[in-house]
Design a protein around this ligand. Structure first.
Ligand code: NAP
Length: 281
């Protein structure tokens, strides 16, 4: 049974579930291929219809895992992929997009992101994204690992305000974006996509989160995810290769944290009191 995961709205007006599936480290080892495909398929069955991947992951190998997971059900999926900054030129973007479409075995990417800010002119990347939209190869575009000043620069460019999301490192161990990037994004109605929402598994072993989890008959990882999903305009994209983790992650969307939970979390993971540059991994 698909779960009813809450949605948030893109600037385009399209609603997106606040919980999706990451794919970093998938496609690296063929002996895990079937497990990875089945984990993603289970996630789709349970309502996690947003899948995040990138040309960088296993050099297209993760996109090929995704292709197998979405085969025969493309229309159910909101597909996110990313172009490397070194490919983000007028000629490089369409070539990278065609490669990704081949790996993904589809005719369109729903949301195409610049993986991180690079040295090529941003205006050129935006122009190339716009051309891909017109060609129907991508439906929307966005960015990743952009700090506030970089978002300011982006939205000041012609067509720069068509940006649909900024995918960033955001979890309980990394609350820096709450100082200015999150309020800036919220004010403009641009959702943040929180990557590494369980800090690559580290938060699954946190004792404060375990204590809160006991009150909800849940796990520490689920509390970490529930907290990310409770932030307005934020989409969490945990990666889970294990089916048990997939089930737990979907179930986290039903957890309602209490004011006591939030207070305990703030004591263990204090919110930022000053600007810190955006971190990335
Ligand atoms: P993550 O999702 O925070 O953590 C993934 C790890 O947590 C895996 O080892 C996974 O184990 C484990 N896990 C997942 N659910 C769990 C649960 N319920 N209980 C316990 N452990 C659990 O880290 P991430 O993969 O770095 O980030 C998520 C996605 O964000 C990536 O896959 C990628 O799509 C995207 N990302 C984007 C960028 C960027 O620069 N834009 C950077 C990093 C990541 P199993 O796999 O064994 O189930």
């Amino acid at each position: 049974m698909p779960s009813t995961i809450r949605t948030t709205t893109l600037p385009s007006g399209e609603a997106l579930p606040v919980l999706g599936q990451g794919t970093w480290r998938m496609g690296e080892d063929f002996s895990r291929h079937a497990d990875e495909v089945n984990a993603l398929k289970l996630g789709l069955d349970l309502g996690m219809t947003l899948i995040d991947t990138a040309e960088m992951y296993a050099s297209g190998g993760a996109e090929e895992v995704v292709a197998d997971a979405i085969a025969g059900r493309r229309d159910e999926v909101f597909l996110v992929s990313k172009v490397l900054p070194s490919n983000a030129s007028r000629i490089g973007v369409p070539a990278a997009c065609d490669r990704s479409l081949r790996h993904l075995r589809t005719d369109r990417i729903d949301l195409y992101l610049l993986h991180w800010p690079g040295s090529l002119p941003l205006a050129e990347t935006v122009e190339a994204f716009d051309a891909l939209k017109k060609a129907g190869k991508i439906r929307h575009w966005g960015v990743s690992n952009f700090d506030t000043h970089e978002m300011e620069e982006l939205v000041s460019l012609p067509a720069g305000d068509s940006v649909q999301t900024n995918q960033i490192l955001y979890n309980l161990s990394q609350r820096g974006p709450e100082f200015d990037l999150a309020p800036w994004s919220r004010q403009r109605g641009i959702p943040l996509m929180a990557y590494s929402p369980v800090d690559q598994g580290v938060l699954a072993r946190n004792t404060t989160l375990e204590a809160i989890a006991a009150r909800h008959n849940a796990t520490a990882a689920q509390i970490a995810l529930a907290w990310v999903m409770a932030q307005p305009g934020v989409i969490a994209i945990p990666k889970a290769g294990k089916q048990e983790h997939v089930r737990q992650n979907v179930a986290a969307s039903d957890i309602e944290l209490t004011p006591d939970d939030f207070a305990d979390i703030d004591r263990a993971f204090p919110p930022p009191t000053r600007k810190r540059g955006l971190q990335m991994i």
